[in-house]
Design a protein around this ligand. Sequence first.
Ligand code: DGL
Length: 261
Amino acid sequence: MSKQPIGIFDSGVGGTSIWYEVHKLLPYENTVYLADSKHAPYGTKTPSEIIRLSLKNTELLVQKNCKLIIVACNTATTNAIQTLRKTYNIPIVGIEPALKPAALQTKTKSIGVLATKGTLSSNLFHKTTDLYANNIRVIEQIGEGIVGLIEAGKLHSETMKTLLKSYLNPMLDANIDCLVLGCTHYTYLIPILVKLLPQHIKIIDAGEAVAKQTKAVLTHHKLINTTNDYPSITFYTNANTKELKALINPSNTFKVTYLDF
Ligand code: DGL
C-alpha cells in the first residue's frame, strides 16, 4: 500500500509549488501531478463548476491508484474539499490561505490576502477569517489575471509587475505587515513580490505547512513509503506541456506528459 503514489492536482501549473515542498520533505514518495490547465482559471468559476472539476481530477487520481490526494489549489479546497471527502474514502489534504499564522504575526493588526475570487467568496474562507482574524483588518484582493499570465508563461512580464503594483498599493496604504498568498500559483511570484514590497512585510505561503500535514496524515494512516528507491514522478497536463516543463523542469529531470482529462 505504501508504494502507491500521492496524487496532487491543481487548476494548472501553480500546484507544482506544493509538489516541490512535498517532494523535499518526502523524497521517497511516488507522486502523480495533474495540471488541469485546460480549465484554468478555476477562480472565476461558480462553486458547482469548481466542485465538478475537482471531482473529475480526484476520480482520475483514484483510478491511478493514489493513496492520498493533495488538493494543491486554494480555490478547489475552499469550494470542494467537503464534497471530495464525502465522496472518497481516502485521506484528502487541502490548502487554504494561511490567515492564522498571519494573524499571530501581525503587529500593525492589518494583513493583506491575495487570492482568487472563488477563494475569497467561499464559505470556508469566511469561516476561517471569522475564526482567526476577527480583531484584525483583512484587506482582501482578488488577483484577477495573475493565474492566466502564469499559465501563459508570462510570470516575469511587465504586465505582471504593473498588475501586482495595482493590487499591492491599497494594502500598503492600509499599513499591512503580512501578505498572505492565497493561491498556489502565487508562490512563483515571491521573487517579484520581494522586490516590490517594503522589507518589513512578511510574505506568508502555506506550501511547507501542506507538506508537513501530508507527512502527518500519511504517518497516522501508516501509509509512508518505507522503501528508499528513487521515486516514480509523473506530471500530466491537459494543455501545452511547455509551461509546466518551464516551471518544474529547468534541468529536464522530470517528464511531463499530455493527457486529455
Ligand atoms: N492554484 C489555484 C489556487 O490555488 C489557482 C486557481 C485558479 O485557477 O484560478 O487557487
